[in-house]
Each structure stands twice: as C-alpha cells, then as structure tokens.
Ligand binder design. Structure first.
Ligand code: SF4
Length: 283
C-alpha cells in the first residue's frame, strides 16, 4: 500500500498501484466499484500480440512460474484491507465503495501459467474466507490454450466454483486473427476451443471492433465473425461483450487503429442479437 493514500482514479489500471506483484485494484465507474485484478503475467508476456493491447512493453511468451504463496499472501492482505480495513474509505470515492468482481486479467494470457488449477483454488479459498463468495469471479482469456488438458481441467474447476470466462474473439477468419491478434490461427480451432470452454464453464465472448487505417470492419468481416459464433454453438454461449477502443493501444500498430462510433458498434450488436445472443456494448 502507498502511504500517501491517493484516491484510485476511475479506470486506473496501474498494476503497481498497491505495490504488489500479482494483485491490483481497478476502479471502474462503468462497473460501479472496485475490481480486484489478478495478474499472472507480471513479465508482460502473452502468446498473442493484439493490435489494440494496452499492455506496455508487451513481449511474446508465457507467464513466469507463479509464486503461489506470495500470491496468496498478497491477496489475503489486500482483501483484508478491502473488506475489513479502511482501504475503500481511503482510496475509493464515495458511491463506488464496493467490490464488483475478482478477475484473472493481467498483462498477458493467464492460462499460460503453470499450476492454474491450484491458483484458482487458492483464490477461491480466500474469496470465501473474506465473505466474497457472491462476488463474480472472472477469467479473461484469449482461449488459445484450451488444447492443454491442464487448462481444460482448470476451466472445469473454475465453472464448479461459480466462475465465468470471458473468451476473446475479434474476428472470424485466419487473416483477421493475424492482423488483429498477431497470431496464426484457424477459425475451426477457435470454434472448437470456444465450445470446449463453454461446455465447462459459463462463457461470454469478449470482442473488440475498431477501424483499421480508417476503415470499419466490412460485412464480410462481420459475417465471418458471426459464422464462427454459430460454429461454436450459439446455445452454449452466455452472450457477447462488444467493446470499442476506449483506451489507447500501447503497441506499434496504435497509429492504424481508431474507434468506431457508438452507432456503428450498435449496428454490429444488432446483427449478433439476431443470432439469438445477448449483447452488451461498451464503445
Ligand atoms: S490476448 Fe490480451 S494480453 Fe495478449 S496481446 Fe491480446 S489483449 Fe494483450
């Protein structure tokens, strides 16, 4: 904790705010409170390179070995301050002094961490011990590692303890994944991974749409995206969280990216809804 007790800014995603390695608070006016973030990638390493990624100094790679005892100590201390101490009063503006969720959402792909199941169990134990069992537990993932038995088992466990997955899908064709996510990937693989995930744990698709060199996604792009969701199985999915690019990319591609208008995102959302899915839009 900092001694100066600065107020958390809205949408402040500074991983170092509380001086911890794995745990960071995020204040979100949109969510109406504090999200407790768990960053399993303090090395800024991800197996993808999304053009819009907000991680500074992003490198290719996997999560480092996680010191689970250190993570447990950090989270236990932070939740104690949050739930039983005066953290909210000291750092959070009135009206936002509530814990909205606990989210595995860091500076890279969390499912690349070895021992993910054990980490999930540790976080769940603390969540229950601090009386936060009703607070949503989320795993934000690019979903690319569902081919690993350990990741599949961890996601099953996540579902059993009441967690939900936000699974990134930003397009529907290999060329879209290459440009947007910086990865070689076949749509059939994404469909398989998404269906596999959704069968094991409640799963929302998280999608980011934006202009590239001034051009909005054309209908062919949107059709391929919709076909991918249908291929995975509309009935398996909780819905779609459709995002624009509210915050600037920290990647070299930043200059090629610009935001779609709220109306343009709503037009895409309408097409997704026609497929039978719930959609929330965050321009
Ligand atoms: S998957 Fe997430 S962390 Fe990885 S590059 Fe994309 S936005 Fe960044």
């Amino acid at each position: 904790m900092t001694s100066a007790s600065p107020l958390l800014r809205v949408d402040d995603h500074d991983r170092d705010f509380a001086g911890m390695r794995y745990v960071y608070p995020v204040l979100s006016r949109r969510a109406g409170g504090v999200s407790v973030g768990i960053n399993l990638n303090p090395n800024n390493a991800c197996n993808w390179h999304c053009a819009y990624c907000q991680v500074p100094d992003l490198v290719r790679g996997a999560a480092p070995r996680i010191d689970i005892a250190a993570l447990e100590a950090e989270l236990d201390g932070f939740l104690t301050a949050l739930v039983s101490g005066d953290y909210l009063v000291r750092h959070v503006p009135e009206g936002l002094r509530t814990v909205r969720d606990i989210a595995f959402s860091g500076n890279g792909e969390p499912t690349s961490a070895a021992g993910l199941g054990e980490i999930i169990d540790c976080v769940h134990r603390l969540r229950v011990r601090h009386g936060l069992a009703a607070v949503p537990l989320r795993l934000i993932t690019n979903g690319s590692l569902l081919g690993r038995a350990g990741v599949r088992d961890a996601i099953t466990r996540f579902g059993e303890i009441g967690g939900e997955v936000w699974f990134k899908v930003d397009g529907g064709r290999s060329e879209d994944f290459a440009r947007v996510n910086g990865v070689r990937l076949q749509p059939q693989r994404v469909m398989r991974n998404l269906a596999e995930c959704a069968r094991r744990c409640p799963t929302w698709v998280q999608t980011c749409f934006f202009r590239w060199d001034g051009e909005a996604p054309d209908q062919t792009f949107v059709d391929a995206y919709l076909a991918l969701l249908e291929g995975a199985g509309i009935g398996l999915l909780r819905g779609v969280l459709l995002y624009g690019v509210a915050r600037p990319s920290m990647q070299p591609e930043a200059s090629r990216i610009s935001a779609l208008s709220g109306a343009e995102l709503e037009a895409v959302a309408a097409q997704i809804r026609k497929k039978g899915l719930t959609v929330t839009v965050s321009p």
